[in-house]
Design a protein around this ligand. Structure first.
Ligand SMILES: N=c1c2ncn([C@@H]3O[C@H](COP(=O)(O)OP(=O)(O)OP(=O)(O)O)[C@@H](O)[C@H]3O)c2ncn1[C@@H]1O[C@H](COP(=O)(O)O)[C@@H](O)[C@H]1O
Length: 115
């Protein structure tokens, strides 16, 4: 199988989620929106939640079904986006970082590091 599946579908889902998070950050109500509630707690709380979700994803990778892995990956991606938003780092910034690496092997990049 391919990791990509439908690129349009993934791009649309991420764009939709990013727009929702932006809207919640601007006009969301912490009593009815998890996103607004988490954002209102600041960077530390968003980082703690992203860490917890990353741990749950890793546990699913090791011990759980493919469906659970996909579900935990979705939780982790969502909480990563919320954490990016609270830090003021946009998905454009992430795209730029990914684009910069295109065409460079991870092994070559590691070998080029000074430390
Ligand atoms: N993708 C998500 C998403 N993934 C997870 N969560 C919430 O994240 C919270 C924490 O998830 P957990 O699995 O850790 O739940 P938990 O262990 O019971 O939580 P705690 O013990 O930490 O309180 C839950 O309330 C989940 O519902 C999400 N909340 C929102 N979204 C997206 O954001 C949109 C806006 O949501 P609101 O901001 O809540 O309106 C939604 O329509 C979704 O598209």
């Amino acid at each position: 199988m391919s990791i990509l599946g439908s690129a349009d579908r993934l791009a649309e889902a991420l764009a939709h989620l990013g727009m929702t998070i932006d809207t919640r950050a601007e006009t969301g109500d912490a009593s009815s929106s998890w996103t607004a509630k988490l954002l209102s707690k600041g960077v530390g709380a968003c980082a703690d939640k992203a860490e917890e979700e990353a741990g749950e994803f890793i546990q699913a990778l090791r011990e759980e079904s493919d469906d659970r892995v996909a579900s935990e990956a979705a939780d982790m991606l969502y909480h990563a986006l919320v954490a990016l938003r609270v830090r003021g780092v946009s998905l454009d910034d992430v795209a730029a970082a990914l684009e910069k690496r295109q065409g460079t092997s991870g092994i070559a990049e590691k070998a080029s590091r000074k430390d």
